[in-house]
Design a binder for this molecule. Sequence first.
Ligand SMILES: Nc1ncnc2c1ncn2[C@@H]1O[C@H](COP(=O)(O)OP(=O)(O)OP(=O)(O)O)[C@@H](O)[C@H]1O
Ligand SMILES: [Mg+2]
Length: 485
Amino acid sequence: MMGRFLSHWGIATRLLVIAVLPASIMFVSVTATLSGLAQRDVRRDVAARGQLVATALAQSSQYGLVSGNTAYLRTTLRHMLEADPSIACIAIADAVARPVVSDCQVSKPTEVESFEVPIRIESLPQVDQFEPVPTPSGEGAWRTVGSVRVTMSPAPIFESKRRALLVAFALVLAAAVVSCLIGLRLARRLRDILGSVMSALRDIRQGRFDVQLATDHEGELGELQRTIVQMASTLDASRHDLEQQVAKRTQQLQEAVDLARQADADKRRLIVRSNALVEEERRRIALDIHDHLGAALISVRLEASALVARARACGDAEMQGDAARIAAAAQSIYATTRDIVKRLRPEVIDTLGLAGAVEELVRHADQVHPAARFTFQVDPGFPDVRGELAMPAYRVAQEALNNIAKHSDATLTTVTLSVLPETGHLRMVIQDNGRGFDTRSPRSTGIGLIGMRERVAAVGGELLVSSTPGQGTTVCVTLPLPAGQ
Ligand SMILES: Nc1ncnc2c1ncn2[C@@H]1O[C@H](COP(=O)(O)OP(=O)(O)OP(=O)(O)O)[C@@H](O)[C@H]1O
Ligand SMILES: [Mg+2]
């Protein structure tokens, strides 16, 4: 409790208490002791004096009392009262305690103490001239003829000692004040030094190491000041070193990042270029297949058809059947080559644009896989995208639909084309309700998904494949459209 209370005190308050408290305690305890000792001494003195005065009076007033010389007694009492102001009252009484004489000081003190001594007189022994009878002690017997009562008051002595006490208190007070002032001065000096040390430490905490701290003191305080200055300069040097290392490392990292960016840009250019080359090569192969193989197959089919006619005319049913099968096979191969040509070079992109070409892909998939439904949706305001930008999106759709057919067992697939209103980017979403897969560890070593991602990244787009086993797969492609599209 006390510890928590003290913990809120600042240095200045603590130093103030250290400076003032001991002097105050010293003042209070010394004055209390002095005053207690003085009172005890005075009381003891007054008691001794009272006893003495009463005894002396009892002895000196024996014969005045016996002889009835009250004038003498009164004068004696007056002299005594005048001689000692601490005697408040003196009273002499006879043997039966009847007051004989009494006298008091004019003022009436409140605190008094009385001392009573009997007045005794020695009876002379009876002397028989002829036959002396000695008393057992050899002396006469004592009889009490009265008593003296002395009432003492310490007040006058207190009064006389008061001035000395006040002087002593003043001296103690002066000593306490001087001690306080010296303590306060030392405390203020200490507070100033600690304040400058604190402010230097605050500077260091805030990262300012050029601390301005005087180091002109000796002893522990000087050591503290010098330690802080040295610590600041060591920290400054370490920070300088660290900054240099960070700057060097940052530069290295920047160079590495630049290199990686450069490599990434080169890779993208390479992918774009190789994709273009691949497309070009596909176009050439498609043309070759179309122009040479297609033409040859048409000619085979025409020849076989002519042979069918000739065999029918000759009535050669066997040859007619063979020729008809050759014609059908040629037709079938021709249809296959047309499919291959279409896949190799989707001219439909150039004729129908991206939306039409993707719709064609979806329609084809729907036809080829009667157990599953493939649907296509396009935003009404979807732009007419053709050429180089349309190709990556088209290839992604192609691969995604292939994957659905190969891996998903989906019963419903939806392909959606839209434009994002916020960015104006093209968005294509291909979603199936098939078995899905764990995208973090695809089981296959295929390169379809990798190819999709690279194609899209090469033209500054983004591809997101989200799938959970048992809950279908969603492929989402975002591609920047050129301005004006
Ligand atoms: N729609 C999907 N439904 C279920 N699994 C899928 C789907 N798409 C991809 N996968 C899973 O992801 C794996 C990787 O697909 P990716 O296209 O990269 O390779 P692949 O199709 O196996 O081979 P490649 O495409 O090279 O012929 C697939 O093997 C399959 O397990
Ligand atoms: Mg694949």
